[in-house]
Ligand binder design. Structure first.
Ligand code: G3H
Length: 258
């Protein structure tokens, strides 16, 4: 019988992929809550996955930010030369993160590590509505938005809702609202409750959650036992072509009692 030919880890990967109704799950050993080495493995796994999945030629890869994504970028390695025509772009406008973990920085780093190119999305966060509206008319901004719209691949992480809201400097009012609505998970600037319902969305240009369905390749990279609930809250929205790249810490906690 098929299952018995798979290793223990492969069985867990299959179980998790089936549970979330996604294409594939890869579980890296360790727990990233405690073990920074997991990020090295995430970087290698993402590089290999992209090498396997992406068609030859020019692919547009839209990426999100965060410490996991920055760690992935740092640990990517160079690709086969026929894969070096890729363009990395941030998937959405800035969400309030520190400079070094913003999507702009992550896409720049990924391009540098893999031999591709990147394009920043110049939309500052704290500007008036009028300035924001006129920035959107800028040809350089329009150009990057058009690239995002044609992305072949999206790479993103998933975070814990309240922690993310605080880290991004959201207001007391917003924090209270998120807590009152039972937000537990966050991805792409959307916040989800334990049932996966969207309870809030940070208004930003670029990729919206509903756009993910038409992206051929989606990698969700996220680990740590402490994120098990956050991961589950988002995964109800993960399109079926998603590959979840996670660690044992998160996987075991999610599979407990299943
Ligand atoms: O949207 C999810 C967050 O960007 C995850 O952030 O990788 O620092 O936990 P993190």
């Amino acid at each position: 019988h098929m299952m018995s030919q798979l290793s223990g880890m492969q069985q867990k990967e299959k179980k998790l992929a089936d549970f979330f109704e996604i294409e594939r799950c890869i579980i890296v050993s360790g727990n990233s809550d405690e073990d920074p080495k997991v990020l090295v493995e995430f970087g290698e796994t993402v590089t290999d996955a992209l090498n396997t999945l992406l068609p030859k030629g020019e692919n547009i890869i839209a990426v999100m930010g965060g410490t996991t994504m920055a760690g992935v970028a740092d640990n990517m390695h160079s690709w086969a030369s026929e894969q070096q025509n890729n363009i990395f772009v941030p998937a959405r406008g800035g969400l309030g993160e520190a400079m070094n973990i913003q999507a702009d920085s992550v896409s720049g780093m990924m391009a540098a590590r893999t031999g591709g190119r990147s394009r920043p999305l110049y939309v500052p966060e704290r500007v008036s509505k009028e300035t924001y509206a006129s920035l959107l008319q800028e040809p350089s901004v329009q150009e990057v938005l058009a690239l995002i719209d044609r992305a072949t691949c999206v790479i993103h992480s998933i975070g814990r809702a309240m922690y993310m809201a605080e880290r991004r400097g959201m207001s007391e009012e917003e924090l209270d609202m998120l807590a009152a609505n039972g937000a537990v998970g966050e991805s792409f600037g959307y916040f989800f409750d334990a049932d996966g319902e969207i309870v809030y969305k940070i208004p930003r240009i670029g990729l919206q959650l509903k756009d993910l369905k038409k992206v051929p390749f989606v990698l969700a990279v996220t680990g740590g036992k402490s994120k098990s609930q956050a991961i589950q809250s988002y995964m109800k929205h993960a399109p079926c072509q998603t590959w979840l790249i996670t660690d044992e810490g998160a996987a075991e906690e999610i599979l407990k009692g299943k």
